[in-house]
Ligand binder design. Structure first.
Ligand code: CAA
Length: 285
């Protein structure tokens, strides 16, 4: 019988984690959201309030529904509070060791049949699975930024994932009005493997002063129908996150297409991370 997911745990309330929490809460699920400390919880809540507030101001959501949505989210700093979860999705920064530690800990807290999912963009789901006592119940559940808007969810299966786990997660994603695709455990999965060579190439063209940032972005928006140009998109993703993704893909494939352009490192060191730090290729209020 298919699993039912009523209460979902989300570990991490950064850009992706908070977006994923919103997706679940919007769909009527109870959410237990875990962050490291009260400051991080506050930042996550603020993200959710801004996002739901925008929906209210655009008449897409009533104030009553927005309040009910936020009331479905319980926040905590303790992974032990995930004991009641029917599914746990981890969305902490892209560090294999950090994620592996969380998987090992969550594994001890939740019921044995509970599926553990990672929102990792490019790290190995298999490496996370083997850190638990239930490797056959560990999958990737990779959302796209902004999670409440982008409909794709990459469901990552490892060589040991049970087929019924994949079926249940696919069916669950569809109930969230998402479009699930299934992919094996390789760095970058489908979308990032195709997208990041293009983004890296755009940074190279910009670094070589081949064209201005505005013209690079305009070319792809108005010539190819992309919703955003590559440099604006990198600001949305975060340059630090993009750099990690490129590094991981390059380490696996040694494909020069994925060797991060040196400008990434320079901008990251200077604190120009994109929207989240107020400045990347562009400056934000
Ligand atoms: N959270 C929630 N909702 C958001 C949002 C956010 N951060 N940003 C925008 N929205 C909503 C708006 O509220 C609006 O909703 P309604 O239509 O219901 O009113 C809708 O999205 C459109 O927003 P805007 O009118 O403000 O702006 P837009 O039409 O220019 O769209 C965009 C903004 C959705 C970001 C669009 O430009 C877009 O799709 N860009 C491409 C994003 C993309 O490629 N993402 C994938 C990145 S790669 C990745 O995520 C993988 C990884 O591992 C790094």
């Amino acid at each position: 019988m298919a699993r039912e997911f009523r209460t979902v745990g989300v570990v991490g309330m950064g850009t992706m984690g908070a977006g994923i929490v919103e997706v679940f809460a919007r769909n009527g699920l109870q959410v237990i959201a875990v962050e490291v400390d009260d400051k991080a919880i506050e930042a996550g809540r603020k993200h959710l309030e801004v996002s739901t507030g925008r929906a209210v101001s655009r008449d897409k959501l009533s104030q009553e529904d927005a309040d009910a949505l936020l009331a479905r989210i319980r926040t905590t700093t303790s992974l032990a509070d995930l004991a009641d979860a029917d599914l746990v999705v981890e969305a902490v920064p892209e560090s294999l060791e950090l994620k592996a530690q969380i998987f090992a800990e969550v594994d001890k807290v939740v019921r044995p049949d509970v599926v553990l999912a990672s929102n990792t963009s490019s790290l190995s789901v298999t490496e996370l699975a083997v850190r638990t006592g239930r490797p056959e119940k560990v999958v990737g559940m990779h959302f796209f930024n902004p999670a409440p808007v982008q409909r794709l969810v990459e469901v990552v299966r490892t060589v040991v994932t049970e087929p019924d786990v994949i079926d249940d997660i696919k069916a669950f994603a569809a109930t969230l009005d998402k479009v699930p695709v299934v992919i094996g455990d390789r760095a970058g999965f489908i979308a990032n493997a195709l997208l990041f060579g293009y983004l890296n190439h755009a940074v190279k063209m910009y670094a070589e002063r081949y064209a201005t940032r505005e013209d690079l972005d305009a070319a792809m928006r108005y010539g190819c129908g992309y919703p955003m140009g590559p440099l604006a998109l990198l600001d949305l993703i975060g340059l630090d996150t993009a750099y990690e993704i490129l590094e991981t893909m390059y380490a696996e494939s040694r494909n020069l297409m994925h060797a991060p352009n040196p400008l990434f490192k320079q901008m990251i060191t200077a604190g120009l991370l994109g929207r989240k730090s107020g400045r990347g290729f562009y400056t934000y209020e």
